[in-house]
Ligand binder design. Structure first.
Ligand SMILES: [Zn+2]
Ligand SMILES: [Zn+2]
Length: 105
């Protein structure tokens, strides 16, 4: 019984592909080196650090000719900030359009 429990816990532990420290697979970002995943060299999709194939196009991410690009936590944050600013711009544009069309209708 106790051995089964230990095995289940061990199944959730993987070695970080970047720094080699043992981390839980439920962890989205490595707490040691802040690795967040790998960016597909073909389609640009950011994949979980534990998958070997791109979830979007199926590219083998361990291919040494087309190396997947490691993505750190701070890179993802920058990307999210970028998306947030675009969204804000679109909302403002929409509001302006509604105001303008309201004046002319
Ligand atoms: Zn790591
Ligand atoms: Zn891909």
């Amino acid at each position: 019984m106790a051995e089964n429990l230990k095995t289940k816990e061990e199944l959730l532990i993987r070695k970080c592909p970047s720094c080699g420290n043992s981390i839980n697979i439920t962890e989205k970002v490595c707490p040691y080196c802040e690795l967040a995943g790998y960016k597909c060299p073909v389609c640009g999709e950011v994949n979980n650090m534990f998958v070997n194939y791109c979830r979007r196009c199926g590219q083998w991410l361990l291919d040494t000719n087309y190396k997947a690009i490691p993505v750190r936590k701070k890179d993802i944050k920058n990307f999210e900030d970028f998306l947030a600013s675009i969204l804000l711009y679109l909302i403002i544009l929409l509001i302006v359009l509604v105001i303008i069309s309201g004046k002319f209708l």
